[in-house]
Design a protein around this ligand. Sequence first.
Ligand SMILES: [Zn+2]
Length: 289
Amino acid sequence: MINRDSRKPGLRTCVIRLFALLILWAAQAGTAPAAEFEADLAAFPDRVRADIKALARAYPEFVAKVDGGPNGGPVLVMKDGARIPYDDGRPKAYEEKLDTADIEDMLSQPYTVGPLAGGVEVNEDPGRIRNDPFFQAIYGRSAADVRKGLVSVDFCGTRIQFHGTGKAAQALGRVSADLSSLLKAKPDLKEYVFPLGGTFNWRTIEGTRRLSPHSYGVALDLNAAKGAYWRWTGDRKGAVDDKVRRKYPMEIVAAFEKHGFIWGGKWYHFDLMHFEYRPELVFPAGPAS
Ligand SMILES: [Zn+2]
């Protein structure tokens, strides 16, 4: 007798096929830019290619493709349709870069992961120059928009709001696991972490009209009393006090950097309490694992 059902895929087969498709999709979403993306980039100089690939690797769900642009310069096209010129062609002083950064400006200062090296050069602030249209295409263009993407994350026993649309909240969860083990082994370090200084807050940076990265729900301040901020230390020029920076426990910094966060303690305009999810700077060539 013929089992009529044997010709149709059973529920189990369907579920297995669905899983296989999901795994394939996830693998594609999380790997290096696709071949056609590489082809679009081929015409551009090495630096442009490296920068755009770093962004595509860090935010594969949001970077769609690269276009030639009206003047032949590369334009980053986001999945939501936003078109962001790589280079606006304007020579800028440092403060202008902060105010109106293009993608080139944003990635002009490489971030060094790991222990502090020598001193920090004047205006060496890797990660402090941000292209807002890029982050707004990912996280939202208003407080209400960003708020919709926030999720609650357990951070070392405290629930905090962080952005869940990309990989920021997941990464923070991994930081939390590592940091919890560290604080258990070295309870003295707790005072650097708690009380937390804050996470999501749609606001401008003090003394400027620029949006803070806290506006996007991807930045976390640890205990402000233990994390000096250049504007609050009495030197409005942002001069570095290397002793202050070097007292900060690098084990805490390492727990963040390992998962794609930069530390404001490495900036000339230092902000020792500040950690920010910026995988394009921490892993420009893609995550190690
Ligand atoms: Zn901060």
